[in-house]
Write a protein that binds this ligand. Structure first.
Ligand code: ADE
Ligand code: ZN
Length: 343
């Protein structure tokens, strides 16, 4: 059914698959590039036309390279929280991949502190909360993975909730075994685990995520649909998928929503959630993603509510924050006032 963006903004929900690297506003990037005397990687009118994941990841290196000061990092963190508030998102698990941030190589702790200043100021102003999922890149070595996990364990930064891995499995090949030890140690230190798989890999990548990396959640995971035994495993273990429909179209995983398996996975009993991945660079928002899917798959309000519930329950938010969002979700109405009162 068609549900208005206002009603979807009022839907209590969490976002569990979104990258800080994907939240640069194009106008901000252009300004920072001009100030630094750096050329755009291609003409302005085609700046955000990506040919696929590899091209997109290169663009992230360029964009993050411009965020070279603590003020810029804090501004990005604060703007992200403002985006959450605008979209009616109560909490986000936010992925950051240090490999993209060239100006901060060797100074990761300082980058965390700069971001923390932005998140803390936002929270003090009543904006939604954020947990950081610190990500390895698929093409990194086991030693690099060990070093990152050593640092995360030593620092115990209160903002960091999880270890993640993203990047391109198509160029990296099968890397589950390479990162198994890092993920095991992160788990032992109390960090949660979220793994990009089943986007640039097939079902084999998702199997590795659940069997070798102990993933609490799989980011994307959509190509699990190609393996019935894997779908059954995801259902039985209650492993949620952080699905990003428009990203999968923009980065050419599927040609259209008609070919996208989100509804088939949902019907099979998988805990699917809706997310944006890289909202500014892909030109979308969380309410828009819910709206596109509700319209295309003819979901009613109860289906939409169940997906929002999955997003909250599968998030790494603290129990009180989850409880508040879940109570508000009960009061949400798909067909009535856009701002339901919360008991
Ligand atoms: N980093 C940012 N977006 C990504 C995606 N869709 N897949 C892998 N790595 C990413
Ligand atoms: Zn992603």
């Amino acid at each position: 059914m068609s549900i208005s963006l206002d009603v979807l903004r009022a839907l209590p929900k969490a976002e569990i698959h979104v990258h800080l690297e994907g939240t640069f506003e194009p106008a901000v990037l252009e300004r920072w590039a001009r100030q630094a005397g750096v050329a755009l990687p291609r003409p302005r009118e085609r700046l955000l036309d990506f040919t696929g994941l590899a091209d997109f990841l290169e663009f992230l290196d360029w964009a993050c390279g411009l965020a070279s000061t603590a003020d810029r990092a804090a501004e990005l963190a604060r703007s992200f929280c403002e985006r959450l508030a605008r979209d009616g998102t109560g909490y986000a698990d936010l992925i950051i991949n240090p490999t993209h941030w060239s100006a901060w190589h060797g100074r990761l702790r300082a980058l965390f502190d700069a971001l923390e200043a932005g998140f803390r100021e936002a929270e003090q102003d009543g904006l939604p909360g954020v947990g950081l999922c610190v990500s390895l890149l698929r093409t990194q070595t086991p030693d690099e993975a060990a070093e990152l996990v050593d640092n995360l364990i030593a620092w115990r930064h209160p903002r960091v909730v999880a270890l993640s891995v993203d990047g391109n499995e198509a160029t990296a090949g099968r890397t589950g075994p390479r990162f198994a030890d890092a993920f095991r140690r992160a788990a032992g230190a109390g960090l949660r685990r979220t793994v990009h798989a089943g986007e640039s890999s097939g079902p084999d990548g998702v199997w590795d995520a659940v069997d070798l990396l102990g993933a609490d959640r799989v980011d994307h995971g959509v190509r699990a649909i190609e393996d019935a035994a894997l779908v059954d495993t995801l259902v039985r273990r209650g492993i949620a998928l952080g699905i990003c429909p428009s990203s999968n179209l923009a980065l050419k995983v599927y040609p259209s929503l008609a070919a996208h398996p989100i509804d088939a996975l949902r019907r099979a009993g998988v805990r699917v959630s809706i997310n944006t991945d890289d909202p500014s660079l892909l030109g979308t928002s969380l309410p828009r993603e819910y709206g596109l899917c509700a319209e295309h798959f003819d979901w009613d309000g109860e289906v939409v509510r169940s997906l929002a519930r999955n997003s909250i329950e599968a998030s790494f938010a603290n129990p009180e924050a989850k409880d508040g969002m879940l109570r508000a979700l009960v009061a949400w109405r798909a067909g009535s006032s856009p701002r339901p009162s919360v008991a």
